[in-house]
Write a new protein. Sequence first.
Lengths: 217, 326
Amino acid sequence: MDESGHRRIRITRRTVLESGTVTAAFLLGGFPPFALSAEGSDAEAVTPVSVELRVNGQLHTLTLDPRTTLLDTLREHLALTGSKKGCDHGQCGACTVLLDGRRINSCLTLAAMHDGQDITTIEGIADGEKLDPLQAAFIEHDGFQCGYCTSGQICSAMGMLSESRAGAPSYVTENLAEAQPALTDAEIRERMSGNICRCAAYPNILAAIKQAAGAPT
Amino acid sequence: MKAFTYERANSLTEAAAALAKPGAKIIAGGTNLLDLMKLQVERPAHLVDINRIPLDKIEDTAEGGLRIGAMVRNSDLAADQRVRQRYGVLSRALLAGASAQLRNKATTGGNLLQRTRCYYFYDVTKPCNKRDPGSGCAALGGFNRIHAILGASDQCIAVNPSDMAVAMRALDAQVETVDANSMTRAIPIAEFHRLPRDTPQIETTLKRGEIITAVTLPPPPIGKQIYRKVRDRASYAFALVSVAAIVDAADGKVRSARLAFGGLAPKPWRVAPAEERLIGAPASEQTFDAVASDVLDGARGHGGNDFKITLTRRTLRAVLTEASLT
């Protein structure tokens, strides 16, 4: 891949379906990088921005259309397609990644806003071949059906567990003054409400997170 | 998304200068602005990113209150021990809003400026006086179950969606700003949001080029603090009705009360006569009903949202009953 942000992505039927034939044709023809990143179909003049992102520990220097969201940067420029585009409006949580260790919706932020920051995606969560306890627990408890929301669920759960360890309260915390609210089932459900699973694998997702919460990290 | 130029401001002076450019807009957390830009409801020509400006501190004030930097994230504000112990209503309101991911991004200043969730404001194929002044209001004769019953006009019946601002209204917060000439001022939150009248596109009393730098809270008032939010889902949904209450009651009598409402109006709603009626009054159902009538003075449904009148009455009764239990 070249670090100007244009990565060669193998064209499959799925790529064409997802990106639209026009974008796919640009990819094949090796058009300038901006054709890829411009979300709108309008051919307006664009002043590119330069961004340095550390994604899963690896530094990337990119030149982007300022409109490029962090999610599109990960998926289209860095070929990290683990983070999913569900609604693209911050409603479903499928695009959840960790920004300097905190969970955010990568669809509702611009890559340009994160120059010099650390991003962790689902691809960066395992330690080599060794799965993170959350990943292992999702498999053990069958915490998914179609799997589309799973990367977001796992990244979100990872952020949620560190918030909980830091003592953060939630809407259902009875006593706000308590320094370390216990992570009950109701607490986990409330804290994970930004991640929608349309297969409704919620009981198993809850079981997986509960197991991982008790596991050494 | 329409094309824009992007600029990172490293100081308030830089941000104020950049904001003078044509079509310039500030981006903080971006969770509301980018959502609207994707739909072309918002179309800034220039984005000024203020995420590098150090406005992310929560400090004690000399008066015994708190000064919250405009860039303090909603999650950090809700989790701050001082807020949890002294301003529980604010912590609860923040935690009642959005999702954890959004709260990690959304800022104090940005939350005050978030736009309405009226479906017709979001749908660029429909008339909307707020988005496109003079085009009409599709909500008036449309699907309006989430819309305002108080403070609306025949131009716009959209509600302000913020939970945080409702708690801040009950706490009598002040919004601190600075402009391009380095002039600062403090706006009482009661005067920060505007009613729509004939200009629903103008939502706040901020002047062009003015930037929010902080929100200050006076010392916490005496009394039990409650935030009750009624919505379509148990979590991650906007309020149909919400109540921020700070009530001091003992021996079956109310000594003082502050009540602010969300989901009812274009701005966080407070009614002085309702609060005055509670002073020295017995904590009874009869009192609470009379207080609800004060709050709902002038309330008008538009068909789909008629239920909000009854819902407000019942929610307020539940809150006041809980608040006066000792």
